[in-house]
Design a protein around this ligand. Structure first.
Ligand code: AMP
Length: 212
């Protein structure tokens, strides 16, 4: 089963995808995380992607398609995956459909999480991410037990380099220009469900499950 979780930056895609992955027993595949991993490895792909990521713009489609294709070929994705932050352009959505069709698969359901712009900015500017395992916290609503350290792996938590006000504004603009049209692409094919992303994590998770 291939599920796609969509929504603007800060909508809670990663958090909800990770809970769904645990619930359904299929991996969460986040292109943002794959790109951050490539940056941490110091690879050429990672270094080039860093320029777009820090500016809040999209990494070129061909770079992301290569990463996702390799990831979906791995054995743990054999019974499916929850795609988080991908596809982000109509071209990526079309190529994903083609790629899945070649292996007899398809996107089964798309869940779009919506939140207001003010809430997005508040969530992102307070967000802290573990540099080691990628776990996500918030300065006020979900602080770490030990300041500056991840509860799960003890790694250092900090604000992502693209979680600043200027990059967030650009990411929101990028979302409405390039990613929102992907919702029409899936809506037309009857695969899309939209959920309200406001409120607590459990509340939103119940809505996501309901939408599936
Ligand atoms: P995220 O962790 O999903 O917020 O992604 C962080 C950044 O990685 C984005 O602002 C983009 O620069 C880049 N990125 C992640 N996923 C994609 C994608 N599917 N296409 C292009 N760029 C992406």
């Amino acid at each position: 089963m291939i599920l796609v979780i969509m929504g603007p930056p800060g909508a809670g895609k990663g958090t909800q995808a990770s809970r769904l992955a645990a619930e359904l027993g299929i991996p969460q595949v986040s292109t943002g995380e794959l790109l951050r991993e490539a940056r941490r490895d110091g690879s050429e792909v990672g270094q080039r992607a860093a320029i777009n990521m820090d500016a809040g713009t999209l990494v070129p489609d061909e770079v992301v398609m290569t990463l996702i294709e390799r990831r979906l070929e791995q054995q743990d994705c054999g019974s499916g995956a929850i795609l988080d932050g991908f596809p982000r352009t109509v071209a990526q959505a079309v190529q994903l459909d083609d790629m899945l069709e070649r292996s007899g698969r398809q996107v089964d359901r798309v869940v779009s999480i919506s939140v207001t712009e003010d809430e997005i900015v508040e969530r992102i500017l307070g967000r802290l991410t573990c540099g080691q395992c990628g776990a996500v916290y918030h300065r006020t609503t979900k602080p770490t037990a030990r300041e500056g350290h991840c509860d799960l792996c003890g790694g250092l938590v900090s604000s992502r380099s693209d979680d600043n006000e200027e990059a967030v504004r650009i990411r929101l603009q990028t979302y409405s220009n390039l990613t929102a049209p992907v919702l029409d692409y899936y809506g037309g094919a009857g695969r899309l469900a939209s959920v309200d992303g406001s409120g607590g994590l459990d509340e939103v998770f119940n809505r996501v499950q309901g939408a599936l």
